[in-house]
Write a protein that binds this ligand. Sequence first.
Ligand SMILES: C[S@@+](CC[C@H](N)C(=O)[O-])C[C@H]1O[C@@H](n2cnc3c(N)ncnc32)[C@H](O)[C@@H]1O
Length: 397
Amino acid sequence: MYVAILGRQPALGMAELEQLFGSKHTAWFGDAAARVATDTLSVDRLGGSQKTGRIVAELTGDWRRASQHIIKSYTQAWMAHEGKLTLGISAYGFSVSPREVQKTAIILKQKLREHGVSLRVIPNAEPALNTATSHHNKLGLADNKVELLVVSDGRTIIIAESVGAQNITALAARDQARPRTDAFVGMLPPKLARMMINMLAMPPGSRGTGDDPDILRQRILDPFCGTGTLLQEAALLGFAVYGTDLSEKMIRYSRDNLNWLEESHRIHFDWYLHEGDAMTTTWQQPIDAVACETYLGQPFSAPPSAAKLREVRGNCNHIVSDFLVNIHPQLSSGTPLCLAVPAWRDARGLFTHLPLISGLERLGYQRRMLTHVTPAQLLYYRENQVVARELLLLEKA
Ligand SMILES: C[S@@+](CC[C@H](N)C(=O)[O-])C[C@H]1O[C@@H](n2cnc3c(N)ncnc32)[C@H](O)[C@@H]1O
Protein backbone atom coordinates (compact mmCIF):
# COMPACT_ATOMS: atom_id res chain seq x y z
CA MET A 1 0.00 0.00 0.00
CA TYR A 2 1.31 3.42 -0.99
CA VAL A 3 0.49 7.03 -0.29
CA ALA A 4 0.82 9.74 -2.92
CA ILE A 5 1.24 13.39 -1.92
CA LEU A 6 -0.75 15.14 -4.63
CA GLY A 7 0.36 18.28 -6.44
CA ARG A 8 -0.97 21.86 -6.56
CA GLN A 9 -4.30 20.73 -8.04
CA PRO A 10 -4.95 17.52 -6.10
CA ALA A 11 -8.03 16.49 -8.11
CA LEU A 12 -5.94 16.20 -11.27
CA GLY A 13 -3.38 14.02 -9.51
CA MET A 14 -6.21 11.90 -8.14
CA ALA A 15 -7.79 11.50 -11.59
CA GLU A 16 -4.42 10.33 -12.92
CA LEU A 17 -4.08 7.73 -10.14
CA GLU A 18 -7.67 6.54 -10.56
CA GLN A 19 -7.19 6.05 -14.29
CA LEU A 20 -3.90 4.20 -13.81
CA PHE A 21 -4.83 1.96 -10.88
CA GLY A 22 -8.62 1.81 -10.96
CA SER A 23 -11.19 3.36 -8.62
CA LYS A 24 -11.23 0.36 -6.26
CA HIS A 25 -7.49 0.59 -5.67
CA THR A 26 -7.39 4.33 -5.04
CA ALA A 27 -8.95 6.53 -2.35
CA TRP A 28 -8.60 10.06 -1.09
CA PHE A 29 -6.71 10.42 2.18
CA GLY A 30 -7.50 13.93 3.39
CA ASP A 31 -7.80 16.48 0.63
CA ALA A 32 -4.24 16.47 -0.70
CA ALA A 33 -3.13 12.85 -0.58
CA ALA A 34 -4.27 9.49 -1.92
CA ARG A 35 -3.89 5.92 -0.86
CA VAL A 36 -3.04 3.49 -3.64
CA ALA A 37 -3.25 -0.29 -3.29
CA THR A 38 -0.28 -1.40 -5.35
CA ASP A 39 3.05 -3.21 -4.88
CA THR A 40 5.06 -0.36 -6.32
CA LEU A 41 4.45 3.30 -7.15
CA SER A 42 7.27 5.27 -8.69
CA VAL A 43 6.73 9.02 -8.59
CA ASP A 44 8.62 9.30 -11.90
CA ARG A 45 5.73 7.72 -13.73
CA LEU A 46 3.31 10.41 -12.52
CA GLY A 47 2.71 14.04 -13.37
CA GLY A 48 0.31 14.96 -10.58
CA SER A 49 2.03 13.67 -7.43
CA GLN A 50 4.89 15.39 -5.63
CA LYS A 51 6.05 12.39 -3.63
CA THR A 52 5.09 8.76 -3.17
CA GLY A 53 5.84 6.50 -0.22
CA ARG A 54 5.37 2.96 0.99
CA ILE A 55 3.06 2.89 4.01
CA VAL A 56 4.81 1.39 7.03
CA ALA A 57 2.39 2.26 9.84
CA GLU A 58 -1.12 3.51 10.53
CA LEU A 59 -2.17 4.97 13.85
CA THR A 60 -4.73 7.25 15.41
CA GLY A 61 -4.06 10.35 17.47
CA ASP A 62 -2.20 13.62 17.05
CA TRP A 63 1.30 14.71 16.07
CA ARG A 64 2.69 13.75 19.51
CA ARG A 65 1.54 10.20 18.98
CA ALA A 66 3.11 10.06 15.50
CA SER A 67 6.32 11.55 16.84
CA GLN A 68 6.60 9.01 19.66
CA HIS A 69 5.99 6.18 17.20
CA ILE A 70 8.71 7.44 14.84
CA ILE A 71 11.28 7.90 17.61
CA LYS A 72 10.62 4.46 19.08
CA SER A 73 10.52 2.44 15.89
CA TYR A 74 13.42 4.13 14.11
CA THR A 75 15.68 4.04 17.18
CA GLN A 76 15.14 0.30 17.15
CA ALA A 77 15.49 -0.09 13.40
CA TRP A 78 18.67 1.97 13.10
CA MET A 79 20.58 1.49 16.37
CA ALA A 80 22.89 -1.08 14.78
CA HIS A 81 23.17 0.76 11.46
CA GLU A 82 26.63 1.07 9.94
CA GLY A 83 27.48 4.30 8.14
CA LYS A 84 25.80 7.67 7.95
CA LEU A 85 22.05 8.16 7.69
CA THR A 86 20.13 11.17 6.39
CA LEU A 87 16.55 11.85 7.52
CA GLY A 88 13.87 14.31 6.51
CA ILE A 89 10.40 14.35 8.05
CA SER A 90 7.40 15.85 6.26
CA ALA A 91 4.09 16.39 8.04
CA TYR A 92 0.88 16.83 6.02
CA GLY A 93 -2.58 17.62 7.39
CA PHE A 94 -1.37 18.44 10.94
CA SER A 95 -1.49 21.81 12.63
CA VAL A 96 2.08 21.62 13.76
CA SER A 97 5.02 24.02 13.46
CA PRO A 98 8.17 23.21 11.46
CA ARG A 99 10.11 23.33 14.75
CA GLU A 100 7.93 20.62 16.28
CA VAL A 101 8.39 18.39 13.25
CA GLN A 102 12.11 18.90 13.37
CA LYS A 103 12.19 18.19 17.11
CA THR A 104 11.16 14.60 16.36
CA ALA A 105 14.16 14.17 14.10
CA ILE A 106 16.51 15.84 16.61
CA ILE A 107 15.38 13.54 19.45
CA LEU A 108 15.89 10.55 17.17
CA LYS A 109 19.35 11.87 16.29
CA GLN A 110 20.27 12.12 19.99
CA LYS A 111 19.01 8.60 20.72
CA LEU A 112 20.96 7.16 17.83
CA ARG A 113 24.10 9.01 18.85
CA GLU A 114 23.99 7.06 22.14
CA HIS A 115 24.34 3.95 19.97
CA GLY A 116 27.16 5.47 17.95
CA VAL A 117 25.00 6.01 14.86
CA SER A 118 25.29 9.32 13.00
CA LEU A 119 22.09 10.86 11.63
CA ARG A 120 22.02 13.99 9.48
CA VAL A 121 18.70 15.83 9.75
CA ILE A 122 17.31 17.89 6.87
CA PRO A 123 15.97 21.12 8.43
CA ASN A 124 12.26 21.91 8.08
CA ALA A 125 11.49 25.41 6.79
CA GLU A 126 7.87 24.20 6.63
CA PRO A 127 6.11 21.23 8.28
CA ALA A 128 6.65 19.37 4.98
CA LEU A 129 9.91 19.54 3.02
CA ASN A 130 9.30 21.01 -0.39
CA THR A 131 9.80 18.88 -3.50
CA ALA A 132 13.05 20.65 -4.41
CA THR A 133 14.62 19.93 -1.01
CA SER A 134 13.60 16.27 -1.10
CA HIS A 135 14.74 15.88 -4.70
CA HIS A 136 18.11 17.62 -4.29
CA ASN A 137 18.91 15.61 -1.15
CA LYS A 138 17.93 12.42 -3.03
CA LEU A 139 15.60 11.45 -0.17
CA GLY A 140 13.93 8.11 -0.72
CA LEU A 141 16.40 7.11 -3.44
CA ALA A 142 18.84 5.15 -1.25
CA ASP A 143 18.49 3.03 1.88
CA ASN A 144 20.39 5.58 3.97
CA LYS A 145 18.52 8.66 2.68
CA VAL A 146 15.09 8.48 4.25
CA GLU A 147 12.11 10.81 4.16
CA LEU A 148 9.15 9.98 6.34
CA LEU A 149 5.82 11.18 5.00
CA VAL A 150 3.51 11.60 7.96
CA VAL A 151 -0.01 12.28 6.77
CA SER A 152 -3.19 12.89 8.75
CA ASP A 153 -6.73 12.95 7.40
CA GLY A 154 -8.04 14.26 10.73
CA ARG A 155 -8.72 10.76 12.11
CA THR A 156 -6.02 8.40 10.94
CA ILE A 157 -2.28 8.96 10.60
CA ILE A 158 -0.26 7.26 7.90
CA ILE A 159 3.49 6.97 8.17
CA ALA A 160 5.21 6.15 4.88
CA GLU A 161 8.80 5.89 3.68
CA SER A 162 9.18 8.03 0.59
CA VAL A 163 10.42 6.34 -2.58
CA GLY A 164 11.30 9.68 -4.12
CA ALA A 165 10.10 13.17 -4.98
CA GLN A 166 9.15 14.46 -8.40
CA ASN A 167 12.29 14.90 -10.50
CA ILE A 168 11.97 18.64 -10.98
CA THR A 169 15.38 18.85 -12.68
CA ALA A 170 14.33 16.47 -15.45
CA LEU A 171 10.90 18.12 -15.80
CA ALA A 172 12.48 21.58 -16.08
CA ALA A 173 14.89 20.31 -18.75
CA ARG A 174 12.02 18.88 -20.81
CA ASP A 175 10.26 22.22 -20.46
CA GLN A 176 13.11 24.68 -21.02
CA ALA A 177 16.29 22.93 -22.17
CA ARG A 178 14.74 21.45 -25.30
CA PRO A 179 15.72 23.30 -28.45
CA ARG A 180 12.29 24.63 -29.46
CA THR A 181 9.72 26.43 -27.36
CA ASP A 182 7.14 28.94 -28.48
CA ALA A 183 5.54 31.33 -26.03
CA PHE A 184 2.77 32.16 -28.49
CA VAL A 185 1.34 28.64 -28.91
CA GLY A 186 1.59 28.40 -25.14
CA MET A 187 3.59 25.98 -23.12
CA LEU A 188 1.87 22.89 -21.91
CA PRO A 189 3.70 21.98 -18.68
CA PRO A 190 5.31 18.51 -19.04
CA LYS A 191 3.68 17.52 -15.73
CA LEU A 192 0.23 18.18 -17.15
CA ALA A 193 1.14 16.43 -20.41
CA ARG A 194 2.19 13.36 -18.42
CA MET A 195 -1.06 13.41 -16.40
CA MET A 196 -3.04 13.58 -19.64
CA ILE A 197 -1.26 10.55 -21.11
CA ASN A 198 -1.77 8.62 -17.87
CA MET A 199 -5.46 9.59 -17.84
CA LEU A 200 -5.92 7.70 -21.11
CA ALA A 201 -5.81 4.50 -19.01
CA MET A 202 -4.26 2.38 -21.76
CA PRO A 203 -4.45 -1.35 -21.09
CA PRO A 204 -1.46 -2.85 -19.27
CA GLY A 205 1.18 -4.28 -21.59
CA SER A 206 0.27 -1.76 -24.27
CA ARG A 207 3.58 0.02 -24.15
CA GLY A 208 6.88 -1.38 -25.36
CA THR A 209 10.00 -1.17 -23.24
CA GLY A 210 12.18 -0.22 -26.17
CA ASP A 211 14.35 -3.30 -25.54
CA ASP A 212 12.22 -5.69 -27.54
CA PRO A 213 11.63 -4.47 -31.10
CA ASP A 214 8.96 -7.14 -31.64
CA ILE A 215 6.61 -5.64 -29.08
CA LEU A 216 4.28 -3.41 -31.03
CA ARG A 217 3.81 -0.23 -29.06
CA GLN A 218 0.42 1.36 -28.97
CA ARG A 219 0.39 4.67 -30.77
CA ILE A 220 -0.89 7.97 -29.40
CA LEU A 221 -1.95 10.74 -31.78
CA ASP A 222 -1.72 14.46 -30.99
CA PRO A 223 -3.49 16.32 -33.83
CA PHE A 224 -2.58 19.77 -32.38
CA CYS A 225 0.98 18.82 -31.48
CA GLY A 226 2.61 22.30 -31.41
CA THR A 227 6.12 21.93 -30.00
CA GLY A 228 5.46 18.26 -29.14
CA THR A 229 5.18 18.29 -25.34
CA LEU A 230 2.52 15.56 -25.21
CA LEU A 231 4.42 13.46 -27.77
CA GLN A 232 7.54 13.80 -25.64
CA GLU A 233 5.87 12.58 -22.44
CA ALA A 234 4.02 9.78 -24.25
CA ALA A 235 7.29 8.58 -25.80
CA LEU A 236 8.99 8.58 -22.40
CA LEU A 237 6.09 6.53 -21.04
CA GLY A 238 6.75 3.91 -23.72
CA PHE A 239 4.29 4.75 -26.49
CA ALA A 240 4.80 5.24 -30.20
CA VAL A 241 3.81 8.81 -31.05
CA TYR A 242 2.18 10.53 -33.99
CA GLY A 243 1.81 14.29 -34.25
CA THR A 244 0.12 16.60 -36.73
CA ASP A 245 -0.39 20.36 -36.69
CA LEU A 246 -1.72 22.98 -39.07
CA SER A 247 1.55 24.88 -38.90
CA GLU A 248 4.64 23.75 -40.79
CA LYS A 249 6.76 25.62 -38.23
CA MET A 250 5.26 23.61 -35.37
CA ILE A 251 6.00 20.34 -37.17
CA ARG A 252 9.63 21.47 -37.50
CA TYR A 253 9.67 22.38 -33.80
CA SER A 254 8.23 19.01 -32.78
CA ARG A 255 10.79 17.26 -35.00
CA ASP A 256 13.70 19.15 -33.42
CA ASN A 257 12.38 18.47 -29.92
CA LEU A 258 11.83 14.74 -30.51
CA ASN A 259 15.31 14.42 -32.05
CA TRP A 260 16.69 16.20 -28.97
CA LEU A 261 14.74 13.83 -26.68
CA GLU A 262 16.18 10.74 -28.39
CA GLU A 263 19.73 12.11 -28.27
CA SER A 264 19.70 13.61 -24.80
CA HIS A 265 17.94 10.64 -23.19
CA ARG A 266 19.71 8.02 -25.35
CA ILE A 267 16.42 6.38 -26.22
CA HIS A 268 14.75 5.37 -29.42
CA PHE A 269 11.02 5.35 -30.10
CA ASP A 270 8.70 5.35 -33.09
CA TRP A 271 7.50 8.76 -34.14
CA TYR A 272 5.81 10.22 -37.14
CA LEU A 273 4.92 13.86 -37.87
CA HIS A 274 3.23 15.71 -40.70
CA GLU A 275 1.33 18.89 -41.37
CA GLY A 276 -2.43 18.67 -41.29
CA ASP A 277 -5.59 20.56 -40.45
CA ALA A 278 -7.31 18.61 -37.66
CA MET A 279 -10.69 19.54 -39.16
CA THR A 280 -10.00 17.73 -42.47
CA THR A 281 -6.94 15.42 -42.18
CA THR A 282 -7.14 11.70 -42.80
CA TRP A 283 -4.61 10.20 -40.39
CA GLN A 284 -2.52 7.14 -40.92
CA GLN A 285 -3.60 4.12 -38.86
CA PRO A 286 -3.17 2.82 -36.20
CA ILE A 287 -4.48 5.36 -33.71
CA ASP A 288 -4.83 3.68 -30.33
CA ALA A 289 -5.51 6.85 -28.34
CA VAL A 290 -5.71 10.61 -28.81
CA ALA A 291 -4.24 13.24 -26.48
CA CYS A 292 -4.09 16.90 -27.37
CA GLU A 293 -4.17 20.47 -26.21
CA THR A 294 -6.40 21.97 -28.84
CA TYR A 295 -6.28 25.51 -30.12
CA LEU A 296 -6.93 27.68 -27.02
CA GLY A 297 -7.67 30.99 -28.72
CA GLN A 298 -5.68 34.10 -27.94
CA PRO A 299 -4.10 34.57 -24.51
CA PHE A 300 -5.69 37.20 -22.22
CA SER A 301 -4.05 39.02 -19.31
CA ALA A 302 -7.47 40.25 -18.04
CA PRO A 303 -10.99 38.86 -18.60
CA PRO A 304 -12.14 39.88 -22.10
CA SER A 305 -15.32 41.80 -22.91
CA ALA A 306 -18.49 39.73 -23.45
CA ALA A 307 -18.32 40.34 -27.20
CA LYS A 308 -14.65 39.32 -27.43
CA LEU A 309 -15.28 36.21 -25.33
CA ARG A 310 -18.21 35.24 -27.58
CA GLU A 311 -15.99 35.56 -30.64
CA VAL A 312 -13.01 33.58 -29.27
CA ARG A 313 -15.22 30.92 -27.71
CA GLY A 314 -17.15 30.50 -30.98
CA ASN A 315 -13.92 30.18 -32.93
CA CYS A 316 -12.42 27.56 -30.58
CA ASN A 317 -15.73 25.68 -30.44
CA HIS A 318 -15.82 25.51 -34.24
CA ILE A 319 -12.26 24.10 -34.51
CA VAL A 320 -12.66 21.53 -31.73
CA SER A 321 -16.14 20.33 -32.86
CA ASP A 322 -15.06 20.00 -36.49
CA PHE A 323 -11.98 18.08 -35.35
CA LEU A 324 -14.15 15.69 -33.28
CA VAL A 325 -16.49 15.17 -36.23
CA ASN A 326 -13.58 14.60 -38.63
CA ILE A 327 -11.73 12.06 -36.49
CA HIS A 328 -14.85 10.16 -35.40
CA PRO A 329 -15.01 7.68 -38.33
CA GLN A 330 -11.24 7.21 -38.12
CA LEU A 331 -11.33 5.79 -34.58
CA SER A 332 -12.54 2.39 -33.38
CA SER A 333 -15.25 2.32 -30.73
CA GLY A 334 -13.87 2.63 -27.24
CA THR A 335 -10.75 4.59 -28.30
CA PRO A 336 -9.82 6.88 -25.39
CA LEU A 337 -9.28 10.60 -25.89
CA CYS A 338 -7.93 13.19 -23.45
CA LEU A 339 -8.41 16.74 -24.68
CA ALA A 340 -7.27 19.96 -23.03
CA VAL A 341 -9.68 22.63 -24.26
CA PRO A 342 -10.02 26.26 -23.17
CA ALA A 343 -12.35 27.55 -20.43
CA TRP A 344 -12.31 31.23 -19.51
CA ARG A 345 -12.25 32.53 -15.92
CA ASP A 346 -13.97 35.78 -15.09
CA ALA A 347 -13.08 38.18 -12.26
CA ARG A 348 -15.26 36.21 -9.80
CA GLY A 349 -13.49 32.95 -10.69
CA LEU A 350 -16.45 31.53 -12.64
CA PHE A 351 -15.79 29.60 -15.84
CA THR A 352 -17.26 29.92 -19.32
CA HIS A 353 -16.99 26.55 -21.07
CA LEU A 354 -17.00 25.50 -24.71
CA PRO A 355 -20.63 24.92 -25.85
CA LEU A 356 -19.73 21.56 -27.45
CA ILE A 357 -19.18 20.05 -23.98
CA SER A 358 -22.92 19.78 -23.45
CA GLY A 359 -23.39 18.05 -26.82
CA LEU A 360 -20.64 15.42 -26.81
CA GLU A 361 -23.10 12.50 -27.23
CA ARG A 362 -24.46 14.10 -30.39
CA LEU A 363 -20.90 14.18 -31.73
CA GLY A 364 -20.56 10.43 -31.00
CA TYR A 365 -18.48 10.55 -27.80
CA GLN A 366 -19.07 9.45 -24.25
CA ARG A 367 -17.56 11.22 -21.30
CA ARG A 368 -15.57 8.88 -19.03
CA MET A 369 -16.85 9.46 -15.52
CA LEU A 370 -14.48 8.99 -12.60
CA THR A 371 -15.42 7.90 -9.08
CA HIS A 372 -13.16 10.16 -7.03
CA VAL A 373 -13.18 13.32 -9.14
CA THR A 374 -16.00 15.24 -10.85
CA PRO A 375 -15.66 16.64 -14.39
CA ALA A 376 -15.83 20.19 -12.94
CA GLN A 377 -12.61 19.50 -11.03
CA LEU A 378 -10.64 18.69 -14.18
CA LEU A 379 -9.54 22.27 -14.75
CA TYR A 380 -5.90 23.31 -14.81
CA TYR A 381 -4.99 26.95 -14.21
CA ARG A 382 -2.88 29.29 -12.15
CA GLU A 383 -4.48 31.95 -9.97
CA ASN A 384 -3.75 34.80 -12.38
CA GLN A 385 -4.72 32.96 -15.59
CA VAL A 386 -7.81 33.84 -17.61
CA VAL A 387 -7.60 30.93 -20.02
CA ALA A 388 -7.76 27.65 -18.11
CA ARG A 389 -7.33 24.22 -19.65
CA GLU A 390 -10.33 21.99 -19.15
CA LEU A 391 -9.58 18.28 -19.47
CA LEU A 392 -12.18 16.23 -21.31
CA LEU A 393 -11.85 12.48 -20.85
CA LEU A 394 -13.75 10.88 -23.68
CA GLU A 395 -14.28 7.61 -25.43
CA LYS A 396 -15.55 7.09 -28.93
CA ALA A 397 -19.06 5.71 -28.45
C1 LIG B 1 -2.24 25.33 -27.68
S1 LIG B 1 -1.26 24.88 -29.02
C2 LIG B 1 -0.67 23.29 -28.58
C3 LIG B 1 0.68 23.40 -27.92
C4 LIG B 1 1.31 22.06 -27.66
N1 LIG B 1 0.56 21.28 -26.68
C5 LIG B 1 2.74 22.22 -27.24
O1 LIG B 1 3.16 21.57 -26.29
O2 LIG B 1 3.49 22.99 -27.83
C6 LIG B 1 -2.39 24.57 -30.29
C7 LIG B 1 -1.78 24.15 -31.60
O3 LIG B 1 -2.86 23.89 -32.50
C8 LIG B 1 -2.44 24.26 -33.81
N2 LIG B 1 -3.68 24.44 -34.59
C9 LIG B 1 -4.54 25.46 -34.59
N3 LIG B 1 -5.58 25.19 -35.41
C10 LIG B 1 -5.38 23.94 -35.92
C11 LIG B 1 -6.07 23.09 -36.79
N4 LIG B 1 -7.21 23.48 -37.35
N5 LIG B 1 -5.55 21.89 -37.07
C12 LIG B 1 -4.40 21.50 -36.52
N6 LIG B 1 -3.67 22.25 -35.69
C13 LIG B 1 -4.16 23.46 -35.39
C14 LIG B 1 -1.57 25.47 -33.62
O4 LIG B 1 -0.65 25.59 -34.68
C15 LIG B 1 -0.87 25.15 -32.28
O5 LIG B 1 0.37 24.56 -32.49
